[in-house]
Ligand binder design. Structure first.
Ligand code: NAD
Length: 328
């Protein structure tokens, strides 16, 4: 590995696969690490040094970061609300990944370390209304994050801060707000709202039964960031002098019903919405306040939901209608 090489932990996942692609395009030497077998990676880039290693162990972390200049830690056991609300212990166990990767990065003299945190760190009492005030970074405290997953991310943020303050490791942390796009999970239980709704509308279109199940009453609000904005922001934050955790998310707030309207427009059908009020919902409303990222980078995520959903819908449609049996 050259001494400006980059490690991407969680490279077999949705965001990791796109990040590896973008780093390779820049001509970087990339070591891509994930514990899934290579055949299960969302994207496998032949130009990277692809490794199947379990980053919960100290040994795997040492092997992964040896000789690298930069580390992106995107590895975590996670999924949409349906997954994180019923797998809190599994989510907490990702603490092993960040702990051992930080220790290995410090020991081997890594220059910069990125941690993928989440909007799930924000205190739940600030997210009780659909008409939300967008969340500023300071709203994470006093702490009362999403149980399980959110606590693990908040602890991870603090580990990064103290490794920087005490050991001089240049850590950077972004709080991602709902990322979506091509190659994201769209079925199986870990999928998030944009992909799940695209899948349900496609199923309705293909079957001719124009109805879908919607979790909640559809009036809960969120913002959704398209993957290209996420990758651009991730790289910019790692290269920046932004020391404290910073929001990386879209500020285009929509209700889930509005998200469905957008998917319907792309699909060219209208669906009857059957609201499942006892489904896992998460907070009532959440948006990203982008004041800080604009002031630091002069930029914020800007791909509209209409643009991003169009691409995502087409990709999921192609996967679901492939005739090679890969998705049957
Ligand atoms: P993902 O599940 O697609 O990718 C995570 C990857 O980490 C998976 O491929 C998984 O196999 C891998 N992984 C898990 N445990 C591992 C281990 N022990 N060793 C090696 N690899 C391991 O998720 P994603 O959407 O690409 O998210 C990437 C990061 O961004 C995660 O840390 C996630 O918590 C964070 N994040 C994502 C979102 C989002 O909307 N996608 C929002 C907030 C935060």
């Amino acid at each position: 590995m050259s001494n400006d090489a980059v490690v991407v932990g969680g490279a077999g996942g949705f965001i990791g696969g796109h990040l590896v692609s973008s780093l390779l395009e820049e001509g970087r030497a990339v070591r891509a690490v994930d514990y899934k077998p290579l055949s299960a990676w969302c994207q496998l880039h032949p130009g990277a040094d692809n490794r199947s290693l379990d980053l919960r162990t100290a040994e795997a972390c040492r092997k992964s970061v040896d000789g690298a200049a930069e580390v992106y830690n995107l590895a975590a056991d996670m999924g949409g609300m349906g997954f994180i609300e019923s797998n809190k212990a599994l989510c907490m166990l990702s603490v092993l990944i960040n702990t051992h990767l930080l220790m290995a990065a410090h020991e081997s003299g890594v220059e910069r370390y990125f941690f993928a945190s989440s909007a799930c760190v924000y205190a739940s009492d600030k997210q009780v209304s659909p008409a939300v005030t967008a969340l500023k970074e300071a709203d994470a405290y006093p702490a009362m994050p999403e149980d399980g997953y959110g606590w693990e991310k908040l602890f991870g943020e603090r580990m990064c801060r103290h490794f920087r303050e005490d050991f001089g490791l240049q850590t950077r942390t972004a709080r991602y707000h709902n990322v979506y796009g091509e190659y994201g999970t769209y079925d199986g239980g870990r999928e998030k709202a944009p992909a799940a709704i695209c899948r349900k509308v496609i199923e309705a279109k293909l079957s001719g039964r124009h109805e879908i199940e919607v979790w909640g009453d559809g009036e809960q609000t969120r913002s959704f960031m398209y993957i290209t904005d996420c990758v651009r922001g991730t790289k910019a934050i790692l290269a920046s002098d932004i020391l404290d955790p910073i929001n990386l998310g879209s500020a285009q707030l929509v209700t889930i019903n509005q998200l469905i309207d957008i998917v319907e427009a792309v699909a060219g059908i209208k669906v009857r919405r059957n609201y499942k009020l006892d489904a896992p919902l998460g907070v009532r409303g959440r948006n990203s306040d982008n004041t800080l990222i604009r002031s630091h980078l002069g930029w914020e995520p800007s791909v509209t939901l209409e643009q991003g959903i169009e691409k995502t819908y087409r990709w999921i449609y192609d996967q679901m209608t492939r005739v090679d049996g890969a998705n049957s």
